[in-house]
Design a protein around this ligand. Structure first.
Ligand code: UDB
Ligand code: ZN
Length: 179
């Protein structure tokens, strides 16, 4: 079972790498890793398990956050209509996005960042994501609201981008140039 000990923190170079595509169909090992990541986010939201194993209640995790530079992430988060997005995705891609932007009023945090970094993190209001799920099916998702923000935050990890890179006026000497 993955715990916070497995989560690499700020300063680890893997968080600044551009992760590599996962060869498909996914290997047994890659599928097992992604399933463990999904189990981690689900467990972290279970009050008993999060207390017992001292897990931060997370909504998503990307492979680089457990030291694996591969393009895959897991999310477990519900939208405003209580639709649950609980899945692992291989090689996710934002195929289109709105011009309109949004942000979390309270800013963002990260499982790999053990400090509060205040500031508005601009995100697209709506995105369409394509990827391959744990069952090997190609899926297309149209997302908005918190779910869309979570997907964009996890996608950034696959490109070596941290949420604070996107905060206007926040100076990080190790900042990666944004495209
Ligand atoms: C999180 N959780 O999991 F707006 F119901 C964060 C942590 C770092 C605080 C644990 C979170 O934001 N939960 C949340 C937010 C809401 C409403 C709600 C629960 N992540 C995941 C992460 O670090 N992945 O790499 C950070 C989030 C910040 C914005 C999206 C992901
Ligand atoms: Zn993060």
């Amino acid at each position: 079972m993955l715990t916070m000990k497995d989560v690499v923190r700020e300063g680890h170079p893997v968080l600044r790498e551009v992760a590599k595509e996962v060869p498909l169909p996914a290997s047994k090992e890659d599928k097992e890793t992604l399933q463990r990541m999904l189990d981690f986010v689900i467990n972290s939201q279970d009050p008993e398990l999060s207390e017992k194993y001292q897990l931060r209640p997370g909504v998503g995790i990307a492979a680089p956050q457990i030291g694996i530079a591969k393009r895959m992430f897991a999310v477990h988060v519900a939208d405003d209509n209580d639709n649950l997005y609980s899945m692992g995705l291989f090689n996710p891609k934002i195929i289109s996005h709105s011009v309109e932007e949004t942000h979390l009023e309270s800013g963002e945090g990260c499982l790999s960042v053990d400090r509060d970094i205040p500031g508005i993190v601009p995100r697209y209001a709506r995105i369409t994501v394509k990827g391959t799920n744990l069952d090997g099916e190609e899926v297309t998702l149209r997302l908005r609201g918190l779910v869309s923000i979570v997907f964009q935050h996890e996608m950034d990890h696959l490109n070596g981008i941290m949420f604070y890179d996107r905060i206007e006026g926040f100076k990080d000497p190790f900042k990666k140039e944004l495209p």
